[in-house]
Design a binder for this molecule. Structure first.
Ligand code: NAD
Ligand code: ZN
Ligand code: ZN
Length: 367
């Protein structure tokens, strides 16, 4: 079929919306009609050429939500009409990682996905007979996409898809960092560095876990106000004094749980330093620049602080994304305030500009 898609032709250049061919789903694959797709930093990171593993041409986009149109052979868990959220982090339910409750890093299709191919090593996207590679296994800046069944989470059809798409990346990452990775305990004190999509999600996750205090740190007063809406009890201006302020707010000890959601390695260091001696756990969610390292004084570890990282919030997508969406439908998570701009596919580059200007939390492409 012919579809309209936003194509990255050349690094550093705007995406161009054009017609491509999309082949039918093969065995284990599903054709999805996209209804909404968030514009995320990772799309921009790849479009800019900064990502060393990036390639072009490709169709970007990975925060998708839509409706199943057609299923290939052997697809058993989805049927036409199902509402789905796309998963760049799949869940095969069979590999050694899927069978472990300690990680969400499914091993089933990693190699092919990273190179831009569906699991059988080919693409469904093409232009004039030439294959066009997929991106993150999703390629959701498009009217339709073909994806593996194991990379689609079936969610409640009650959920508006323009909000559901945020669970495809940033929001689940933040919520999961608090709920799965750190497993924040009730009554605890938390500190969240960064109040973008991920940090705000982490604040909401801390609240859902019953944290008593949630200290949010950001450079932007507007974003700190949004953090209050997600459950922040204390707001701290980011910068060199942030750790000192958190120590003051916590009787000199630091927080039981800290979260880093900025991607800045000096903030990661602050998040370690703001964790409490004895048992403080620092969860790093931000993605640092290529070659950057985290600088930590080892004494902080010997005295009981721990550091961990979290990819997609440790969320096992097919099992847990539907549960998180249900929490939203039950009124436990405020998603609407995250959708700041609704744009058309033709305006996807405007979505990048809004993101660079930190205008709102998320622009959502609606199809
Ligand atoms: N681990 C994962 O699976 C995963 C998934 C999605 C995103 N991410 C990463 O998470 C990070 C956050 O993503 P986002 O979409 O929320 O980004 P964002 O840009 O919307 O938010 C980052 C926030 O950090 C704040 N900030 C910058 N410097 C700061 C400082 N010194 N102190 C305090 N706050 C500061 C900014 O003002 C901004 O509000 C990025 O690095 C992104 O790549 C990771
Ligand atoms: Zn993303
Ligand atoms: Zn797996």
């Amino acid at each position: 079929m012919r579809i309209k898609a936003a194509v990255l032709e050349e690094f550093g250049a705007p995406l161009t919306v054009q017609e491509l061919d999309l082949a039918k789903p093969k065995a284990g694959e599903v054709l999805v009609r996209l209804v909404a797709c968030g514009v995320c930093h990772t799309d921009l990171y790849t479009a800019s050429g900064a990502d060393p593993s990036g390639y072009a041409p490709t169709v970007l986009g990975h925060e998708g939500a839509g409706v199943v149109e057609e299923v290939g052979e052997d697809v058993t868990s989805l049927a036409p009409g199902d509402h789905v959220v796309t998963l760049f982090s799949p869940q095969c339910r069979e590999c050694v990682h899927c069978l472990s409750d300690q990680t969400n890093l499914c091993l089933a299709i990693r190699g092919m996905q990273g190179q831009g191919y569906l699991p059988d090593g080919t693409t469904r996207l093409s232009r004039d007979g030439e294959p066009v590679r997929h991106f993150m296994g999703t390629s959701t800046f498009a009217e339709y996409t073909v994806m593996p069944e194991i990379a689609l989470a079936k969610v409640s059809s009650e959920a508006p898809l323009a909000g559901a798409c945020l669970f495809a990346c940033g929001l689940s990452t933040g919520l999961g960092a608090a709920m799965n990775t750190a497993k924040v305990s009730a009554g605890s004190t938390c500190a969240v560095f960064g109040a973008g999509m991920v940090g705000l999600g982490a604040a909401a996750g801390c609240r859902l876990q019953g944290a008593e205090r949630i200290i949010c740190v950001d450079l932007s007063p507007e974003r700190l106000e949004l953090a209050r809406g997600q459950g922040a009890t204390d707001l701290v201006e980011g910068g060199p004094d942030a750790v000192e302020e958190i120590l003051e707010l916590t009787g000199g000890f630091g927080a039981d749980y800290t979260f880093e959601a900025t991607g800045n390695v000096s903030v990661m260091r602050q998040a370690v330093e703001a964790a409490r001696m004895g048992w403080g756990l620092c969860t790093v969610a931000g993605v640092a620049g290529k070659g950057e390292t985290l600088d930590v004084v080892p004494r902080l570890l010997i005295t009981g602080r721990r550091i961990t990282g979290s990819s997609f919030g440790g969320v096992k997508g097919r099992d847990q994304v539907p549960q998180l969406v249900d929490l939203w439908l039950a009124g436990e998570i405020d998603v609407d305030t995250f959708v700041s701009h609704r744009i058309r596919l033709e305006d996807v580059n405007r979505g990048f500009e809004l993101m660079e200007a930190q205008d709102g939390i998320r622009s959502v492409v609606e199809f």
